[in-house]
Design a protein around this ligand. Structure first.
Ligand code: CUA
Length: 318
């Protein structure tokens, strides 16, 4: 018979703190359960009705007793409150020097990206002893990023960023779960966190450049979304060519000129009708909800890669 694992491994700085609080909650619950059930049995026997004629005598409650049974539970629950709140505050305030990781949840996978460009799906590699901060959003419904060994869990909500952080204290491989019911394959929305020695992590970062650059990913996304059907490279499509667009002045249908910068491209993807290019019809559908913020960023990188080179971009006017 193996050991019955009552608790997941303790693999973050939060883990012992959360467990100690849980031990306290359990101890209070067990103590009062025993006290109350013990008292019920004792009183049931001690004060049972002994004959048909017996009448109960009126008992008056004591002020001291009432104060005692109010103040003691109040004190115990205030300990729960302040202890729990302090851990909560700690878990909700990531340190400034934390390693940044972007997380996008979608039905039914976790997409994670390191600032160095490495992308991972349902896996996250992190170094030992370094605080890690996750900036998380969802492409569809509410998910929840839960790592039991780290004793941390945070909802991942569409349309906003939520954060979660932890400091791993043990090299190893730890379960990652989605902890919010999100549809048919919710139970399959799982993965692994790999905590590595710092030098192994550095080697992993350098070695695993398989994901390609952001621009490459953007190019692929551009194909996948069938943008190429309209935005033809030679300008023969129904929509303007994107070659050489970035940084240029663009004339709009209403006569205005705008600079094709990041914000313009982002808006053109998510709200194409906001700024229609002169000479073109507003035929482009919105990609709001179809492209992630992550996807939008890689599309922008792709458009940049089509030139002109950043150095040749129109100087900013102030
Ligand atoms: Cu995602 Cu449950």
């Amino acid at each position: 018979m193996g050991k019955l694992p009552l608790f997941p491994e303790q693999a973050s700085t939060f883990a012992p703190e959360v467990d100690h609080l849980l031990y306290y909650l359990l101890a209070v619950a067990v103590f009062f359960t025993l006290l109350i059930f013990g008292a019920i049995f004792y009183f049931a026997v001690r004060y049972r009705r002994r004959s048909e004629q017996e009448l109960p005598h009126v008992a008056h409650t004591g002020m001291v007793l009432e104060i005692v049974w109010s103040v003691i539970p109040f004190g115990l629950t205030m300990v729960m409150f302040t202890w729990g709140a302090s851990i909560y505050m700690k878990e909700s305030r990531p340190p400034a020097d934390a390693l940044q990781i972007n997380v996008v949840g979608k039905q039914w996978m976790w997409k994670l990206q390191h600032m160095e460009g490495q992308r991972e799906i349902n896996e996250l590699h992190i170094p030992l002893g370094r605080a890690v901060k996750l900036t998380m959003t969802s492409e569809d419904v509410i998910h929840s990023f839960f790592v039991p060994a780290f004793r941390t869990k945070q909802d991942v909500v569409p349309g906003k960023y939520s954060t979660e952080w932890f400091m791993p204290t043990k090299v190893g491989k730890y379960h990652l779960f989605c902890a919010e019911y999100c549809g048919t394959k919710h139970s399959g929305m799982i993965g692994w966190i790999y905590v590595m020695e710092p030098q192994d992590y550095a080697a992993w970062l350098n070695g695993g450049a398989a994901g390609g650059s952001l621009a490459d990913n953007g190019a692929k996304l551009f194909q996948d979304l069938a943008c190429t059907n309209c935005h033809k490279a030679d300008g023969s499509g129904r929509c303007p060519t994107l070659v050489g667009l970035f940084g240029k002045k663009v004339q709009l249908a209403d006569g205005r000129f705008v600079t094709a910068d990041e914000a313009y491209i982002r808006e053109s993807i998510l709200q194409p009708s906001a700024k229609v290019v002169a000479g073109y019809q507003p035929v482009m559908p919105t990609f709001q909800g179809l492209v992630t913020e992550e996807g939008v960023l890689s599309l922008i990188e792709y458009v940049k890669s089509l030139g002109p080179k950043p150095a040749a971009a129109v100087p900013e006017k102030r």
